[in-house]
Design a protein around this ligand. Structure first.
Ligand code: NAD
Ligand code: MG
Length: 418
């Protein structure tokens, strides 16, 4: 197949080299509407980030084209998306769900592909220019790994990839010449703010947290909250797993670990501040005392567009901050007593090794158990803490060690919950 002449001259791995805070890339991208569109693989297209990504692509005036869509079980949504986007491939990772597809479900020219193994092969195809990694949970690790191994530019929403295997993932990107640009709003803010200084001038990063729906609850009230209450996030509209993570503030724990590996930081360079309005998306402090923040309304379309278009910017569909309206922006130190997950995040970020994979695996299982009414809300953090402290820790794990401990932790926590 003839490929359009589009050169990505130096896709150096973002921020993982350590040479600069964020190394500016020499990229020859024609970010104008008359250029050949960049072909995007959207993993998790049926989810919250996936749908926002398709909106960004639809509003990109031909800069981007959805070339591959991938979903797990939401077949109806996938069919609708395929009819609208006419991608080259639609991948259904759950083979049982794919059985419900009738002939002619997809438009002419769109090929149905089934299973995660085939997905991994397709991600290495030269015609995939960008990969949006937006599968939820550790299930996103393998596809992200394949895209990075193939040297692709990955717009990364799936924070669990970095939480479980951060150092291995960034080393892989450095070896293959892949680039990781974060979609997570806090990390997008940090990525943008880091462009204000150089590596040796960096003091620390401070992640903002909305505080979730139970920010002002007492410890006793928190112990009795229901899944329905926990699924109502005050400022962001997101998938169920990350919404529960925001309520426990485990999301901030995962994000501390994500930031540590993504930006190659020391654990003592990480901080968290509660900011209930979700307007300031994070801070970077430099050694002279300057603090740089990125702000905007809570709308994931902006960090998605930033990650897809980096290092370019253009006028896209994200909501704008309104300076004509009086606003109060609060910053409050987090209460580690009522939200112990944040403390655990600091500990796991400092410990490294297999602490991250165990934390993530147990959290995924415990969140599901909470949603199923099997455990109470505070038990999510308690189970995570116990697993992190009791597991057979390995300081410098291989990918096999990580996958083995992921399976071990999931099995072990099931026995603790019954
Ligand atoms: P979601 O639940 O809305 O969507 C999840 C997607 O993953 C769906 O397309 C689903 O089909 C797919 N999926 C689920 N299990 C799968 C499996 N086993 N194999 C393959 N695909 C599978 O989740 P979301 O809110 O869009 O979050 C996606 C990721 O982005 C998460 O890692 C989350 O932490 C991160 N993130 C989300 C937001 C947000 O605003 N939603 C913000 C920052 C980061
Ligand atoms: Mg976030």
């Amino acid at each position: 197949m003839m490929l359009p002449d589009r050169t990505v001259a130096s896709a150096t791995s973002m921020a993982v080299s350590g040479a600069e805070v964020v190394r500016e890339q020499s990229i020859d991208l024609q970010m104008s509407s008359d250029a050949v569109p960049l072909r995007v693989a959207v993993l998790g297209s049926t989810g919250s980030i996936g749908k926002n990504t398709l909106e960004v692509i639809a509003a990109s005036e031909g800069r981007f084209k959805a070339h591959l869509l991938c979903g797990h079980r939401s077949i109806d949504v996938l069919v609708e998306q395929a009819q609208a986007c006419r991608p080259r491939w639609v991948v259904v990772t759950d083979s049982t769900a794919a059985e419900s597809l009738g002939p002619g479900a997809f438009p002419k020219g769109t090929e149905l592909v089934i299973g995660p193994e085939r997905l991994e092969e397709l991600l290495a195809a030269p015609e995939v220019d960008r990969v949006v990694s937006a599968i939820v949970g550790a299930a996103g690790l393998r596809s992200t790994w394949s895209a990075l191994a193939a040297g692709k530019t990955v717009a990364l929403a799936n924070k669990e990839t970095l939480v479980t295997a951060g150092p291995l993932v960034t080393q892989l990107a450095a070896r293959s010449g892949a680039t990781i640009v974060p979609i997570d709003s806090e990390h997008s803010a940090i990525h943008q703010a880091l462009r204000s200084g150089r590596r040796h001038e960096l003091q620390r990063v401070v992640l903002t947290a909305s505080g979730g729906p139970f920010r002002t609850h007492t410890k006793e009230q928190i112990s009795e909250v229901t899944p329905e209450q926990a699924l109502k996030h005050p400022t962001w509209s997101m998938g169920p797993k990350i919404t529960i993570d925001s309520a426990t503030m485990m999301n901030k724990a995962l994000e501390l670990i994500e930031a540590r590996w993504l930006f190659d930081l020391r654990a003592d360079q990480l901080g968290v501040v509660v900011h209930p309005q979700s307007i300031i998306h994070s801070f970077v402090e430099f050694i002279d005392g300057s603090v740089i923040a990125q702000i905007g309304p809570p709308d994931m379309k902006l960090p998605i567009q930033y990650a897809l278009a980096y290092p370019e910017r253009y006028d896209g569909p994200a909501r704008r901050f309104d300076f004509g309206v009086a606003q109060q922006l609060e910053l409050i130190p987090p209460d580690l007593e009522r939200f112990p997950a944040v403390r655990l995040g600091y500990d796991v970020a400092a410990r490294g090794g297999t602490a991250g994979v165990v934390l993530n695996a147990v959290n995924e299982e415990a969140v599901q158990a909470f949603l199923n009414g099997v455990v109470k809300f505070p038990q999510i953090a308690e189970l995570c803490e116990r697993a992190v402290s009791e597991h057979p820790f390995i300081g410098d794990p291989t990918l096999e060690d990580i996958l083995r401990l992921d399976a071990w932790a999931r099995k072990e926590v099931q026995t603790w919950m019954c």
